[in-house]
Write a protein that binds this ligand. Structure first.
Ligand code: TYM
Length: 326
């Protein structure tokens, strides 16, 4: 089986964008690939965070992965900081990473703006650690949302530079795998759904809370009264319908909107029911898992042992290539 790697940061409850852009895809791919999914705690410390709640957030993310349908018997689940080879490879890769490439990273630019009081080296070299995450397993595929494409591109560039510098083809260049909802816009309709923008629906929300958020979500701004006709093409909620609703429901909302036969609230009620159908089982399964931390810790420890073995095999080769084979 070909190998695939992906991960998410333990920065609090995952949102619908994380699920639809990445995790849903992971669940489908775990039957076809040798899958490794990580909780990337080392990436999460590049911005300010509360160390007292880190453990809880790591466990919460592991439970969310499993509640979403990741099966520990099929996929390896582990905490990034428990496999030391990631940081070792990161240092090595940093010696072949051009600063010019790092300077282009839009995520760095965005985060530097958001956290202007704490622009640290880790935030800048974040993509090199991400490249190491993938390359230490020689993973061929990386299922992510659209916002991560640039990081996969630089991973390919870093692998290429390493191979060229040391005259080898040891590190494969990975490819991103994108899903249908690879860029889910936020409730504001202005930017992608994101924790930092407060424009999200969390995977821990119940139907009432989902509907409350949808009520305030942006639609066609020209449609002020229910009797006004609207334009689904520019309505963010209709873009969501294309992801979450059946074709029949999409037609009902689209035709009804153009002819002012259906109101925005009715369209949002359909969306709410469809989104709740996805989120509710995840929320309930997670509540069940909340009762058994030991089970989760066992899975993560097991995953770390398996991943360390694979990563060490890669590193033996890397050290050899570098001339560190005394
Ligand atoms: P993170 O934790 O920000 O997000 C986890 C995954 O969710 C996707 N995502 C979205 N997809 C669609 N629409 C959205 N609005 C949306 N918001 C987030 C992200 O694209 C991601 O796939 N740097 C990574 C974590 C990472 C990683 C890796 C990923 C570290 N090392 C190696 C892959 C391979 C991140 O911050 O993801």
């Amino acid at each position: 089986m070909k190998r695939l790697f992906s991960g998410a940061q333990p920065t609090g409850t995952l949102h619908l964008g994380n699920y639809i852009g990445a995790i849903k895809n992971w669940v489908e791919l775990q039957n076809k690939y040798d899958c490794i999914f990580s909780i990337v705690d080392l990436h999460a410390i590049t911005i300010e965070y509360n160390q007292k709640s880190m453990r809880e957030k790591i466990l919460d993310l592991a439970k969310t992965y499993i509640a979403c349908g990741i099966e520990p018997d099929k996929a390896k689940l582990f905490i990034q900081s428990q496999v030391k080879q990631h940081t070792e490879l990161m240092w090595i890769l940093s010696t072949v990473t051009p600063l010019g490439e790092l300077n282009r990273m839009t995520q760095f630019k965005d985060k530097a703006k958001q956290h202007s009081h704490n622009i640290n080296l880790g935030l800048y070299s974040y993509p090199v650690l991400q490249a190491a995450d993938i390359l230490v397993y020689k993973a061929e595929f990386v299922p992510v949302g659209e916002d991560q494409i640039q990081h996969i591109e630089i991973t390919r560039e870093i692998a290429r530079k390493f191979n060229f510098r040391f005259n080898t083809d040891y590190l494969p260049e990975p490819k991103e795998l994108l899903s249908k909802g690879a860029r889910l816009m936020g409730l504001d309709g202005d930017s992608k759904m994101s924790k930092s923008k407060n424009n999200f629906i969390g995977l821990d929300e119940d139907e009432k809370s989902i509907m409350n958020k949808l009520r305030g979500a942006k639609t066609d701004p020209a449609r002020i009264k229910r009797t006004d006709s609207g334009n689904p093409k520019i309505c963010n909620m209709f873009a969501w319908h294309k992801i979450f609703s059946s074709e029949e429901e999409q037609n009902k909302c689209s035709d009804g909107c153009k002819t002012a036969q259906i109101g925005c609230v009715d369209c949002k009620k359909i969306l709410c029911a469809n989104i709740n159908k996805i989120i509710e089982p995840i929320r309930l399964k997670k509540q069940e898992l909340d009762k058994d931390n030991d089970y989760i810790i066992d899975i993560l420890k097991n995953g770390a042992v398996k991943c360390s073995n694979i990563a060490e095999e890669t590193m033996i080769g890397v050290r050899d290539i570098l001339g560190f084979n005394i």
